[in-house]
Design a protein around this ligand. Structure first.
Ligand SMILES: Nc1ncnc2c1ncn2[C@@H]1O[C@H](COP(=O)(O)OP(=O)(O)OP(=O)(O)O)[C@@H](O)[C@H]1O
Length: 284
């Protein structure tokens, strides 16, 4: 990965009353990566997104996005970033298509891009329906379509699939990969470790407003793989979980030589396990 930060955060601190919500965060996001902020409820994920998108000011420290200080964004920054948060509203009494027309006008985007975009998020056949008749998943896809209408360089997604059915989640994941592949940098928050493992090039594990670890899901999993174990399925369908030892390796060799082995996997810790090891708490 090149050293080309598109987001740079230094000693970012924010408190509400006496409680720090963000306690001196330091991290950077490289151009073109999917970067995940992973943490339980109340960890500070939304607060971070709000500061990075100029919706909230920090108490101290700095956040630089596309070379601009987040406390002094010029209006045109929003031509380059897309934001999807819990309170991203839609015009409920407008048709889906007209919702996007309204935003295309604000962003000075070409109306011609609306239909292909509606097809891309699977809403083309519903474009002439009122948004108030949409399901939660359809609304989420329309909000996503709106956020990418102006082809942003960075897309901020706050819990993009929270409360969304598995089918829509899969479509949203596909779209996120397509956007990354076409050069968009994605900053997303989630408390879903399966989602983070699947989507993110790197994750920051956030706990009580502090970053406990940063790295690729694979590197973190290997770093915290303290107790090496193997999961073995034998030909007679016996399933075993074995700690790594000379005895285990001897058994595995014997099963291999005698055609007794059906499958064998090493058991690296999941991000959820890593989170528990690093912070002493579960993600949910
Ligand atoms: N406007 C506010 N006023 C007071 N406290 C706030 C405010 N916004 C956030 N907080 C507090 O700051 C901390 C971080 O909140 P934040 O919403 O950033 O967490 P989160 O990780 O996004 O949680 P969730 O996954 O539930 O959305 C929490 O303790 C929350 O109660």
């Amino acid at each position: 990965m090149t050293n080309n930060p598109i987001i740079e955060v230094k000693q970012l601190y924010k408190s509400f009353g006496n409680e720090p919500a963000l306690n001196n965060l330091d991290f950077s996001v490289e151009k073109g990566e999917i970067f995940g902020f992973l943490g339980p409820s109340g960890a500070g994920k939304t607060t971070t997104i709000k500061i990075l998108t100029g919706q909230l000011n920090q108490d101290s420290g700095s956040a630089t996005v596309l070379g601009s200080n987040s406390q002094h964004f010029k209006e045109n920054i929003y031509e380059h970033i897309g934001v999807v948060t819990h309170d991203s509203g839609l015009y409920e009494n407008l048709l889906a298509y007209n919702n996007l027309v309204t935003f295309a006008r604000i962003f000075n985007s070409d109306k011609k891009s609306i239909d292909p975009l509606l097809k891309r998020v699977g809403l083309y056949n519903d474009r002439n329906k009122l948004v108030k008749k949409f399901s939660q998943g359809m609304k989420q896809r329309l909000i996503l379509a709106r956020a990418i209408l102006n082809r942003p360089e960075i897309l901020f997604l706050d819990e993009p699939t929270n409360g969304i059915d598995p089918g829509t989640t899969k479509e949203i994941h596909k779209l996120i990969f397509e956007l990354r592949d076409s050069g968009t940098t994605i900053f997303l928050t989630t408390h879903n470790m399966t989602e983070a493992t699947k989507l993110c090039d790197r994750v920051a594990l956030l706990n009580d407003g502090k970053i406990a670890e940063i790295g690729s899901p694979q590197d973190l999993s290997l770093k915290y793989n303290k107790k090496i174990q193997f999961k073995v399925l034998l030909k007679d369908n016996e399933s075993l979980k074995l700690n790594d030892s000379e005895e285990t390796r001897g058994k595995i060799n014997w099963w291999l030589e005698n055609g007794e082995l059906q499958t064998i996997h090493s058991c690296e810790p999941t991000l959820e396990d890593v989170f528990l090891q690093v912070t002493g708490r579960k993600l949910k």
